[in-house]
Design a protein around this ligand. Structure first.
Ligand SMILES: Cc1cc2nc3c(=O)[nH]c(=O)nc-3n(C[C@H](O)[C@H](O)[C@H](O)COP(=O)(O)OP(=O)(O)OC[C@H]3O[C@@H](n4cnc5c(N)ncnc54)[C@H](O)[C@@H]3O)c2cc1C
Length: 641
C-alpha cells in the first residue's frame, strides 16, 4: 500500500469489492497496527520480524516447494529446479552467528484479515453498547493494542449477544478478566470486559455428598469480573480463604489456567479447587453449567452439556479457550495468618551464587512442610547479583518449617538480619519481595514487563543453577529478574491427567521477567528484554518439567511453549478446542496445539505489488511471500478447516 493514503479508506473500499467468502489481508512490516472502526476476522503477529529455516537441502526443498505452492516430482529436470531454489534461498537469506545452521528471511510483523462483515461493530453496539472509551487494563502491551471496540456487558444475554454476533459474522473476540496478560486486548478485535460480573457468594460449610473427606467444606461462587483481592477480602470476613495467586489485582485468567500462590503447597492450584462453572458456549451462544453450581446460581436458561465432564476437566488449567466463563465455584478453606520472613543476600561471584541457590534448595525449600513455602529471587541491583528469599509459614503450623530450620542454624546460613512479619491473606500480597524490596519497587511501577514461566525440579543442581545465574548476568535491562515460586505439596499430588493442567512434577515455577522502563516501550531495550525472556526459557526448557500456560498468547514463540504446558493432555485439549470453539472465536487465548493441518497452500507470485513495495533492503519479495503464505495458511486452517 505504498503511497496509498489514507490507508483505511483504501482498505474499506477493498472490502466493498469483496465477494461473500473473500478476505482482505493487510500486512505491516513492523509495530502495532490497527484500522479504525473495523473488526477483523483474524490477525497474527510475527514480532521477531523474521523466520528461520534450517540450512540443509531437505528443509529448503520443503520450504521452497511450500512457497512456490507445488511439489516437485523426482525427475532430473525437477531436481535441477530444486537445486536452483536451494541456491536462491541461500543467496537471499540472512545469517546470524548465534544460529549458524539457520537461514533467516525477513517477514512482516503483523497481519490483519478482514471479511465483508468488518464494519458490523455498530450492530453490536446497538445491542450491547455503549462502547467503552477507555479500559486501562493492567498489562502495558495489552494497553498498546487498539481493540475494534470494548464492551462491558452487564448481563448474561449481552454476553450471548456478543458471541452470536461473532459467530454470525465470522469475527473473533477477546475476553478481559483482570487484564494482566498481553492478550486480553487485540487490535481490531472486539474485547469483552467482564468486570460487571463481580459478585462473590460465600457458602459456608455446605453439604458435599461426593466428597466426605473434606473436613471443612465451604464454597465460593465468584464472578469472573472479580480480582483476587475482591475475593480474599470478602472471604476473610467470614474466616475463609481461597488458594489464589500472590498478586491482588490478577483476575479469572489465573484461576482458569493454574493459579500458583502461597497456599498451593497446602491446597493445590487455584484450578484444582474449581468444582463448577457457568459459561457461554462460543460454538452456539448457549449457557452451560458444569460440575457443582449451587442451584440459586444456575442461570434460568442454562443447561448441562453432554460433555460436561470434559469441560470441567478443561477449565481446570486451560479454561480460557472453551467459552466465556461467567462464574466459577471454588473450594474455600479456613483462613490463616502467616509468618513471613525475607532476606537479601549479596552474592560475591558466580560460584557463591550457585552455592547459595543449592543451600536455599536443600536447607530451606526441601525443609518446608506443606504449611510453608519459600520463594527465591535472583536479580541484580547496583551492579551486584543478589539472592532474595521470602518464606511464608502458617502461624501455628506444625514443624518442620523454614522458621524452625533457620532459627536453629541462624547465623550460619543467611545471617541474622531478616524482616519478620505476621500478615493475613490480604497483607501477604505486600510481602512479595518484588513489590516491596527489589529495584526500588520497580521504578515506582513505571515499567513494562513480560513474564514467561517454566517448571523446575532441582534448582540447586549444578546445571540448572548455572543457567539461572547466567540468565541474570545476561539481562539486557537492570530490572530483569527471576522469581522462583515454591510449588509441590498438594499441587504435586494430583495426577497429570486428572485436570487439564498437566505439569505436576516440579518444585519451583521459575518466572522469567523481562522489565524495562515504560517510556522505552517499543525501543531496542524493550525488544531485547522480551527476547531475553524467550532465550532464557529456551535454555531452561530442556531441563524443565514443562511450562506454565497462563501467560502464553498469540506470539508464535508461545506456540512452542504451549506444547510443553499441558503434559499428556495436549491432544485431548486440541480436540476439545475444535469441538467447543470450532470457529476460533477465542483465537487469541493460550495457543492450544491444533490437530494436524491437511495440506493446503497458496500460489503467491513473487512479483506481486505488496512484495515489491514492502520488501526490506536485505530481504526479498521471495521471503515476504513465504511469510504471507505461512500466515494465510494459519488463518485458513484456523477458521475454515
Ligand atoms: C503482576 C503479575 C502477577 C502475577 N502473579 C501470579 C501469581 O501469583 N500466580 C499465578 O499463578 N499467576 C500469576 N500471574 C500470571 C497470571 O496468572 C496470568 O497473567 C493470567 O493470565 C492473568 O489473568 P487476568 O484475568 O488477570 O488477565 P487477562 O489478561 O484479563 O486474562 C488472561 C487470559 O484469560 C482470558 N480470560 C479472562 N477472563 C476470562 C473469562 N471469563 N472467560 C474466558 N477467558 C477469560 C483472557 O481472554 C486472556 O486470554 C501474574 C501475572 C502478573 C502480570
Amino acid at each position: 500500500m505504498y503511497g496509498m493514503k489514507p490507508q483505511d479508506q483504501f482498505i474499506k473500499h477493498a472490502l466493498k469489492m469483496l465477494f461473500d467468502d473473500g478476505v482482505v489481508a493487510v500486512f505491516r512490516r513492523e509495530g502495532i497496527f490497527h484500522i479504525d472502526g473495523l473488526a477483523c476476522h483474524y490477525s497474527a503477529s510475527y514480532p521477531t520480524g523474521f523466520v528461520g529455516v534450517a540450512d540443509n537441502d531437505d528443509a529448503l526443498d520443503v520450504f521452497a516447494s511450500f512457497v512456490a505452492g507445488f511439489t516437485m516430482q523426482d525427475t532430473d529436470e525437477e531436481n535441477a529446479v530444486l537445486a536452483n531454489w536451494q541456491k536462491l534461498c541461500r543467496d537471499l537469506a540472512r545469517r546470524d552467528d548465534d544460529h549458524p545452521a539457520t537461514l533467516l528471511f525477513s517477514a512482516p510483523e503483523v497481519m490483519l484479515v478482514f471479511n465483508h462483515h468488518a464494519d458490523k461493530v455498530e450492530e453490536l453496539e446497538m445491542r450491547v453498547g455503549p462502547i467503552l472509551e477507555e479500559n486501562p487494563v493492567k498489562n502495558q502491551q495489552a494497553r498498546l493494542q487498539r481493540p475494534a471496540a470494548i464492551f462491558r456487558p452487564d448481563n448474561i444475554e449481552k454476553v450471548q449477544d456478543c458471541v452470536r454476533w461473532a459467530l454470525r459474522h465470522g469475527l473473533g473476540l477477546t475476553v478481559v478478566g483482570g487484564g494482566h496478560s498481553a492478550h486480553c486486548h487485540r487490535s481490531n478485535v472486539v474485547a469483552i470486559d467482564m468486570s460487571a460480573f463481580d459478585s462473590v457468594h460465600i457458602l459456608k460449610e455446605v453439604e458435599d455428598e461426593d466428597d466426605q473427606d473434606i473436613a471443612f467444606n465451604s464454597l465460593v461462587v465468584a464472578g469472573v469480573g472479580c480480582k483476587t483481592v475482591n475475593i480474599i477480602s470478602r472471604t476473610l470476613k467470614k474466616g475463609l480463604t481461597v488458594p489464589l495467586g500472590s498478586r491482588p489485582s490478577v483476575g479469572a485468567g489465573l484461576w482458569l489456567q493454574g493459579g500458583i500462590g502461597h497456599l498451593t503447597r497446602m491446597y493445590g492450584l487455584t484450578c484444582d479447587n474449581i468444582v463448577g462453572a457457568v459459561l457461554i458456549s462460543v460454538a452456539s451462544g448457549e449457557i452451560f453449567y458444569v460440575g457443582r453450581v449451587p442451584s440459586k446460581h444456575v442461570p434460568k436458561e442454562a443447561r448441562r452439556p453432554d460433555n460436561e465432564t470434559d469441560i470441567l476437566w478443561a477449565l481446570k488449567g486451560a479454561g480460557t479457550n472453551f467459552g466465556i466463563v461467567l462464574s466459577v465455584t471454588l473450594h474455600a478453606y479456613r483462613a490463616h495468618t502467616f509468618h513471613t520472613r525475607s532476606w537479601v543476600i549479596p552474592l560475591g561471584d558466580n560460584a557463591e551464587a550457585k552455592r547459595r541457590l543449592r543451600e536455599f534448595n536443600e536447607k530451606v525449600a526441601k525443609g518446608c512442610s506443606k504449611f510453608c513455602s519459600a520463594d527465591a529471587y535472583l536479580y541484580c541491583e547496583d551492579g551486584r547479583l543478589k539472592l532474595g528469599i521470602t518464606t511464608f509459614t502458617l502461624t501455628g503450623a506444625a514443624s518442620p518449617s523454614p522458621m524452625t530450620i533457620l532459627s536453629k542454624r541462624e547465623g550460619d546460613i543467611w545471617g541474622t538480619k531478616s524482616d519478620i512479619n505476621i500478615v493475613d491473606g490480604v497483607e501477604a500480597f505486600e510481602a512479595e519481595m518484588y513489590m516491596s524490596k527489589m529495584h526500588g519497587e520497580h521504578g515506582d511501577g513505571k515499567t513494562s514487563s513480560l513474564k514467561r514461566c517454566v517448571f523446575l525440579k532441582d534448582i540447586g543442581g549444578s546445571k540448572i543453577a548455572r543457567h539461572l545465574v547466567s540468565a541474570v548476568e545476561s539481562r539486557p535491562s537492570p530490572f530483569c529478574y527471576l522469581h522462583l515460586l515454591h510449588g509441590g505439596g498438594k499441587a504435586g499430588e494430583v495426577t497429570p491427567e486428572a485436570t487439564a493442567f498437566g505439569c505436576r512434577d516440579w518444585d519451583f515455577a521459575c518466572i522469567i521477567t523481562g522489565v524495562w522502563p515504560q517510556d522505552e516501550d517499543g525501543s531496542r531495550v524493550a525488544h531485547a528484554s522480551v527476547q531475553w525472556v524467550y532465550d532464557v526459557v529456551d535454555s531452561l526448557l530442556p531441563l524443565s518439567r514443562g511450562t506454565y500456560g497462563a501467560d502464553l498468547g498469540p506470539d508464535p514463540r508461545d506456540a512452542v511453549l504451549a506444547e510443553k504446558a499441558f503434559g499428556p493432555n495436549t491432544v485431548r485439549l486440541g480436540r476439545l478446542k475444535r469441538l467447543m470453539d470450532p470457529r476460533d472465536v477465542l483465537a487469541w487465548a493460550c495457543p492450544l496445539p491444533k490437530p494436524r493441518c491437511p495440506n493446503s497452500s497458496f500460489l503467491l507470485p513473487a512479483n506481486t505489488a505488496p512484495a515489491r513495495t514492502t520488501a526490506p533492503a536485505n530481504g526479498s519479495p521471495f521471503s515476504l511471500n513465504m511469510t504471507v503464505t505461512l500466515l494465510l495458511q494459519r488463518m485458513v486452517f484456523a477458521r475454515k478447516l
